[in-house]
Design a protein around this ligand. Structure first.
Ligand code: SAJ
Length: 457
């Protein structure tokens, strides 16, 4: 079986290599000559756990090119960006990919769309372009098979997660199912094309709305003087409640984008767009905390720890760090950025010590695990403030080194503190949410850990 995979990005390349490692002859197509050259010289254009080993397994059956060619299966995994001004999906890459397949399409071939698209795109946009081949859908097979893999665990999730396959007809659905079954060990659920498109968008919108709720709870909890991390941990003890974590905003190419695909043609989707607004406003909220801490400071400098959109990866797509940096600079702060995972970023990246030296406030925007082990003793700050927007630091350690620690949603008052007063008044910035319970506590009573999370003492 020969498979032509169009788009060798974060989804297309791992998918192409998985098919090749499981016996298919795969031609990977990318419009970027640099990506094609990189792969044909044995290098990978981005990092992802396990992808180098997979490439070694797959390389005998994999070649990269810039133009598609005849194959039994065509798989489209190209980007579907959002127009930031109109919040409407840009389907130009999908249209171009479908158009480039048409000259090579024959009866009996299967075309699979993996790219995330608004509902109805297969019927209205993709299939008509494929039919320019002179072959009608039905004579060629067609399915939408949206990916469900999370960056950082892409290969594991592509193999183990269940999948939705929505075919144009029964034969298309069954053929696509049998092809994915070569490497997918998770359950495959079958449906029609339009439902598959809708389901994918529902999944990411559900996560976005849940995070927005957590972010709104964080702000409400602060107004009430409550630590939201403790509150969420306790609420999640209910068997049917599962609130996600607040943070400095939602990034990545999926959750910050896909909800707009669902609503772009609708006139009545208030909850989805409100959730987007809440999440997009979180950098402003974190900056508000910084502003209060640094009020009165002369030439204030902020050090950002973590510019990736989430922890333990170097992906900066739609990262909330962009908005935070722009807002901070517009307010007159000088900003230094440190991220051990990110290689390229539009702002200079420096090592941790340089980012901290002479700074007034560290703002942790990304939950990289390595940040948990930072030794604050080595940081030469001008003023010792730290805002932990992910609640990942060891707060006792930081306060013991003279830092005033402010955790997003910790419920402590956002009071201006004169710079130079390195140690805050006792309790003002305390993040210790453990309740005072006369010891020894009975074994049935669980105490929350100091950062209010679910890891019990
Ligand atoms: N985030 C929070 N609080 C949380 C969880 C996440 O603020 O409790 C933030 C993250 O820091 C990040 C953003 O949300 O900025 C999104 O991260 P994520 O890990 O939730 O999701 P993605 O975008 O990396 O991957 C998602 C996944 N979708 C779902 O979990 C429903 C993945 O399975 C999809 O394959 C992927 O989108 C996609 O390609 O659509």
């Amino acid at each position: 079986m020969k498979i032509c995979v169009l788009g060798l990005g974060y989804i297309g390349l791992p998918t192409a290599l998985l098919f090749a490692a499981h016996g298919a002859d795969v031609v990977g197509i990318d419009v970027k000559q640099s990506v094609v050259d990189c792969l044909n010289h044995g290098n990978l254009p981005f990092r992802e756990p396990g992808i180098e080993d997979l490439y070694r397994e797959a390389k005998e059956r994999f070649v990269a090119r810039t133009e598609p060619e005849a194959a039994d299966v065509f798989l489209i995994a190209v980007p579907t960006p959002l127009d930031p001004a109109t919040k409407v999906s840009d389907l130009s890459y999908v249209k171009k990919a479908a158009g480039s397949i048409a000259p090579h399409l024959s009866e009996g071939d299967l075309v699979i769309l993996e790219s995330t698209v608004p509902p109805g795109t297969s019927e209205r946009v993709v299939i008509p372009r494929l039919e320019k081949s002179g072959v009608a859908v039905g004579d060629f097979l067609y399915a939408h098979c949206p990916e469900r893999a999370i960056p950082g665990r892409t290969l594991q999730e592509m193999t183990e997660n269940s999948r939705i396959i929505g075919g144009y007809d029964r034969e298309s659905t069954d053929r696509a199912t049998s092809i994915y079954q070569t490497f997918v060990r998770g359950q495959i659920y079958q449906t029609d094309t339009r439902t598959a498109e809708f389901v994918k968008l529902m999944e990411n919108t559900c996560r976005d709305v849940n995070i927005a709720l957590a972010n709104e709870f964080a702000q409400l909890a602060e107004e009430c003087g409550i630590n939201v991390w403790e509150a969420i941990t306790l609420a999640n003890k209910h068997p049917r409640v599962s609130i996600l974590n607040p943070g400095p905003g939602v990034g990545g190419h999926c959750i910050a984008i896909d909800p707009w695909f669902l609503t772009e043609n609708s006139t009545r989707c208030r909850m989805v767009s409100t959730a987007r607004e809440v999440n997009d406003s979180m950098p402003n909220y974190v900056l508000h905390i910084a502003r209060n801490l640094l009020a009165g400071a002369r030439d204030p400098a902020i050090s950002i720890f973590g510019v990736a959109y989430k922890g333990n990866i170097g992906d900066i797509r739609e990262s909330p760090a962009f908005k935070f940096i722009q807002l901070a600079e517009n307010e007159g702060y000088s900003v230094r950025c440190h991220d051990p995972y990110v290689e390229k970023f539009p702002y200079p990246l420096v090592d941790m010590a340089d980012a901290a030296t002479g700074s007034d406030c560290i703002v942790v925007l990304t939950d990289h695990d390595c940040f948990r082990a930072i030794d604050p003793a080595g940081l030469r700050m001008r003023s010792k403030f730290v805002i932990d927007a992910r609640n990942i630091l060891d707060h006792e350690k930081w306060t013991s080194h003279g830092f005033a620690v402010r955790v997003l949603g910790d419920g402590s008052s956002v009071q201006p503190v004169p710079l130079g007063e390195i140690m805050p008044p006792a309790g003002l910035y305390s993040t210790d949410t453990a309740r005072t319970i006369a010891s020894p506590s009975p074994p049935s009573i669980s105490l929350l850990s100091p950062n209010g999370r679910g890891d019990f003492l």
